[in-house]
Design a binder for this molecule. Structure first.
Ligand code: HSE
Length: 313
């Protein structure tokens, strides 16, 4: 039996919700925007890599996150007195590394979802999500679910901080477009976390809490205007934008040309904006392609939220 598992790209933080909000992405042109893993049982372990960004992965298979997922999965299964066999896996690496699009999360989610399916679903959804978070933590230096949860569950997810229910899905606006633009340079999540202050002022804490509460309430009431108005990043943007050439100009252009909110996707350098008018979004996309993209690796996609999350074929 061969299993094909897919997991979409995602926006960590969604601007206002540092480590707490995440959104899964689906381009409106119908293209896949995430990593895929093909898995089958085999006599001995083997990992193949292909795809646009395969050459950016470690050449030693032992260092590949997909291999680490397999080992983490085996250890978890052994702890509950079961065992799994060897596998051959082929990772199609379509998401750039260090892009802020949840690239490692996409590989982790597709691999663990695929392994679980291949071996008869020994882990439930909740256990699988905890394992995904643990593996993401190995890469980024701290356990945060704001990419693995949306990539696995789909939609717009809120991290609860409670291990019994790691994430819940929030209501979404079907008519919002989510434009993402990757500049083509690489920013490591751990480096982008290290530049953040270890303490924030009382005023910042109050704004952060108020915005998140107002945003969640506005989603439930279907109040697009109020939701967009509080999508401001008071935790990371001011510190991280120094790593993102052209950030201020891009934000200014987007907000003056029809976007209702603009921010850094995850730890960057990808930026995102939301808006309801497709023509405006296309215009902003062309501008970002011309002015924010730094090299041949950059790209952009106009998306809606991927409410399916990771899929298995
Ligand atoms: N919440 C994480 C951060 C997401 O901003 O560091 C990384 O993609």
């Amino acid at each position: 039996m061969t299993i094909r598992a897919y997991a979409p790209a995602s926006i960590g933080n969604v601007g206002l919700g540092f480590d707490i909000l995440g959104a899964a992405l689906k381009p409106i042109d119908g293209s896949l925007f995430g990593d895929e893993v093909e898995l089958s049982e085999a006599r001995e372990f083997r990992l193949n890599v292909k795809g646009k960004f395969a050459d950016k992965l470690p050449s030693d298979a032992n260092e590949n996150i997909v291999t680490q997922c397999y080992r983490g999965f085996c250890q978890y299964i052994e702890k509950v007195g079961k065992s799994v066999g060897q596998v051959e896996m082929t990772l199609t690496k379509s998401l750039p590394i260090g892009s802020g699009l949840g690239s490692s999360a996409s590989s982790i989610v597709a691999t663990l979802n695929g392994l679980n399916k291949l071996f008869g679903e020994p882990l439930n959804k909740h256990e699988l999500l905890l394992l995904m978070g643990e593996l993401e933590g190995k890469i980024s230096g701290s356990v945060h679910y704001d990419n693995v949860a949306p990539s696995y569950l789909g939609g717009l997810t809120l991290m609860t901080g409670n291990e019994e229910t790691v994430a819940s899905n929030l209501p979404v606006f079907d008519d919002w477009y989510w434009l993402v633009c990757y500049s083509g340079i690489s920013v490591s999540t751990s480096a982008a976390r290290e530049i953040l202050p270890s303490d924030y002022s009382m005023a910042t804490a109050l704004t952060f809490g108020r915005q998140l509460a107002v945003f969640t309430d506005a989603l439930h009431r279907g109040d697009r205007k109020q939701a967009a108005a509080v999508m401001n990043d008071v935790i990371a943007e001011a510190h991280r934008k120094s790593l993102l050439p052209g950030f201020d100009e891009a934000k200014q252009f987007a907000l003056q040309n029809g976007a209702s909110a603009f921010g850094i996707s995850g730890s960057g350098p990808t930026v995102f904006c939301v808006g309801e008018d497709l023509e405006h979004m296309k215009n902003i996309e062309s501008w970002l392609q011309e002015h924010y993209v730094q090299n041949e690796f950059g790209f952009s996609h106009i998306c809606v939220l991927d409410t399916q999350g990771s899929t298995i074929n």
